[in-house]
Ligand binder design. Structure first.
Ligand SMILES: [Zn+2]
Length: 165
């Protein structure tokens, strides 16, 4: 069974929850159904895929861990120098560690083995290898999670609620 996208009262995406929890929110009257997939779980009760809270809630920022998996996801599993996407992907420090570059979202990008070796311990400017885009810290862990679902082909109906996908 699927997951459910929870929208704030303002229609901003808030989090992803289980369908069971979404149903509890609907039954308690704390949320309204926005989208469903047509499958009935009870009589006249279709399985929700998007719900909206009746009252606005404020959410604290949730830190996204800086991991290899998350960097690959941010970069769309593509080398940020040449665009290659395949199995042979590595992580590259833009400013090399040996020259004081840190382990940060802004300093680590996905690179194929060829580009990583070619760049060596130089900066992109020195190596004349410009980045396809400036790496950034993902601004919302929710958007990050939602894009994982969309890229794996599930929950396409969420797309219209999440701006900038
Ligand atoms: Zn490359």
């Amino acid at each position: 069974m699927g997951k459910v996208l929870v929208l704030n009262a303002s229609y901003e995406p808030l989090n992803i929850t289980s369908w069971q929890r979404a149903i509890v929110l609907l039954i308690k009257g704390k949320a309204e159904q926005v989208e469903h997939n047509g499958k009935l779980i009870y009589n006249d009760f279709p399985l929700p895929t998007v719900i909206r809270l009746r009252h606005y809630v404020t959410m604290p920022y949730k830190e996204i861990p800086l991991t290899r998996r998350n960097i690959l996801h941010r970069d769309g599993h593509a080398c940020q120098y040449c665009g290659y996407s395949g199995d042979e992907l590595t992580l590259d420090h833009i400013i090399p560690r040996s020259r004081g570059g840190g382990d940060t979202w802004e300093n680590i990008v996905t690179a194929c083995v060829r580009c990583n070796v070619r760049k060596g311990s130089r900066t992109p400017r020195e190596a004349n290898m410009p980045l396809n885009q400036t790496p950034r810290r993902p601004f919302s862990s929710l958007y990050f999670e939602v894009t994982k679902h969309l890229r794996s082909g599930t929950h396409q109906e969420w797309r219209k609620y999440v701006i900038g996908m």
